[in-house]
Design a protein around this ligand. Structure first.
Ligand code: SER
Length: 577
């Protein structure tokens, strides 16, 4: 089997080292990459950027321990997971970044950025062009950056709008600002963000007293560009992973190799940071990349048992000198991968058994096998051929239509619903209804009076049934008011916060709770539109969760029915549509 020849003039590790050395020489403190599990930030599920560990330094909520830092940050971004396999996208990558907190600003950031690219990475100026923020009705054009680039002799300066040249915040709140990007041959290699503003959850921007710089350059993208490689998967470290995959496979397929490489590398780092496969939040992100890697492994004929851990072994080898926790967590990483792979293969086996019972199959049925048993469509086709099962003409189109429909449902933080079935409590529909229940109770307590308390609830994927104390039947107007109140909060895209505390403090801070006697010393409080201390939060409730991260995920709320439940207790049935 063909093996890549190394074709680099600067290895990925040399770039890491050069970056750190350069910014240390400019008085930046080298800080370790933070965990992929964001600390103290309920507004984000996973670490997606270098600036995340510094969010509170940028906003000055916490006094920065250093004025300048440099990091190489592990990041996971799965919003464009379908694009993995092309030239530049990775779901896991390391980001090179230098940061200033109320210290240097645009001039130094731009000068050093250009200097590093030209002098250290040895990129010829003729290959470089830059972009600045064009300005819009909310934020002015970045004339200052344009002048700085000009003063350095850069002439190809292009301007773009908010979508390309305004960054942040991560989550729904935090520092953000215009960006200026460095492109080498049309590849964006470095994003310089000038944090001048703070965005509130409602989308309102206000200027920060203390301005900051946050830059980010994807390590492999830089390496591929400066070494004139065709894509990020030809960089020296990723090539080593691809080589192992080729040894295990019996077919060569570039796209599959890239997907497996990227996904398993991400999985190894996520596991090392303590994320475990599940159907919820970041656990689901992890499950999804592992299962996608296995699926593509099947497609290229990897028949080896425990393919994930075999490849992971190599990944740990390559990266543990820079990330020692890969080594210390190695046995857990390997065993978790084996468990997840076996689980998934069992499901697929069940899918195969179901398929083999059929004499014909259409796209809808194929999708059913995919969504409940994780059976990849391509595998279904292959087996059907082997077993003489008739595949309907429109199967592919039908499958794709179902897939798209499913993705629509999945958008907006609901992407958890996927192959492999769902544990009831983790069903996104139930989670959404659960948050709707909190909003509804808050609405009733505000509109009908504080004597309203929850008396019970039962949620299925289809509907919410909710009992509450109130002496009389609700009028149509009251029901409408409650619906409007809830939908208003949904439309306001409010963040949902969670904190652990003791029941006494929870009560003192205004949390509503139904079953006091049952609470132990520790309890969690979910609040909406502000944290537990907030005076403007619209709801605070003692509750075990889970809940959506932002009310925007809830959907449109409607009361279907209101009736008597028992003496002094009414019952509402409500749905999301
Ligand atoms: N935060 C910016 C990014 O992620 C720059 O680091 O692109």
């Amino acid at each position: 089997m063909a093996v890549f020849r190394y074709n680099t003039t600067m290895t990925v590790n040399e770039i890491r080292q050069k970056f750190i050395n350069y910014f240390e020489s400019k008085d930046h403190k080298l800080m370790p990459s933070s965990s992929l599990i964001p600390k103290d930030d309920p507004s984000v599920l996973i670490t997606t950027a270098g600036m995340q560990q510094f969010k509170r330094w940028f906003s000055n909520e916490i006094k920065p321990a250093y004025k300048r830092t440099v990091t190489i940050q592990k990041c996971v971004r799965t919003n464009d997971i379908e694009e993995i396999g092309d030239e530049t996208h990775l779901s896991f990558f390391e980001m090179l970044g230098n940061f200033s907190f109320g210290d240097y600003f645009k001039k130094e950031a731009i000068e050093w950025g250009l200097d590093f690219v030209e002098k250290e990475l040895k990129v010829d100026r003729s290959r470089i062009w830059v972009s600045i923020f064009a300005g819009d009705d909310k934020t002015p054009r970045d004339n200052e950056s344009e002048e700085i680039w000009k003063s350095l002799g850069i002439t190809d300066i292009r301007e773009f709008g908010r979508k390309d040249n305004f960054w942040g915040p991560t989550g729904t709140e935090g520092a953000c600002g215009p960006t200026s990007e460095i492109y080498v041959d049309d590849v964006e290699v470095w994003n310089l963000v000038f944090n001048e503003y703070y965005m509130q959850p409602e989308g309102v921007l206000f200027p920060l007293d203390s301005k900051g710089v946050d830059t980010g350059a994807g390590l492999e993208r830089v390496a591929a560009t400066i070494n004139n490689l065709k894509n990020v998967f030809e960089t020296d470290e990723l090539v080593q992973i691809i080589t192992i995959i080729r040894e295990l496979a019996n077919k060569q397929d570039n796209k599959a190799e890239k997907i497996i490489t990227d996904h398993l590398r991400g999985a190894v780092f996520m596991l090392a940071d303590g994320i475990r496969p599940s159907n919820l939040d970041r656990g689901y992100t992890l499950r999804r990349v592992i299962r996608r890697a296995i699926r593509y492994g099947k497609l290229i004929g990897i028949s080896e048992q425990n393919m994930c851990s075999k490849i992971a072994d190599k990944i740990i080898d390559i990266y543990s000198s820079n990330y020692p926790n890969l080594k210390s967590e190695k046995s857990k990483i390997i065993s978790e991968l084996d468990i997840e792979e076996n689980k998934f293969l069992n499901l697929i086996d069940q899918g195969l058994a179901e398929l083999k019972k059929k004499s014909s199959i259409n796209g809808k049925e194929a999708f059913e096998l995919f969504s409940t048993k994780g059976m990849p469509f391509e595998l279904t086709l292959e087996i059907a051929k082997e077993e003489n099962i008739v595949v309907s003409d429109r199967a592919q189109a039908e499958f794709e239509a179902e897939f798209e429909k499913h993705q629509e449902v999945s958008k907006g933080g609901l992407e958890k619903k996927f192959a492999g079935g769902l544990e009831n409590k983790d069903d996104p529909k139930i989670i959404r209804l659960h948050t709707a229940a909190h909003l509804m109770l808050a609405a009733m307590r505000e509109l009908l009076g504080p004597q309203v308390h929850q008396k019970g609830s039962n949620i299925t994927a289809e509907r919410l049934r909710f009992d509450f104390s109130y002496p009389e039947k609700l009028t149509d107007e009251q029901k409408k008011e409650i619906e409007d109140w809830v939908n208003d909060k949904i439309e306001k895209k409010l963040n949902v916060y969670v904190v652990e505390t003791d029941p006494k403090t929870a009560k003192e801070k205004g949390a509503e709770g139904e079953f006091d006697a049952r609470y132990g010393d520790k309890t969690t409080v979910y609040s909406i539109g502000g944290d537990i201390d907030s005076k403007t939060a619209v709801s605070k409730e003692i509750c075990g969760g889970p809940h959506v991260k932002n009310t925007a995920e809830v959907g449109h709320f409607r009361i279907k029915k209101e009736e008597s439940s028992s003496a002094g207790v009414r019952r509402i049935k409500a749905v999301l549509e």
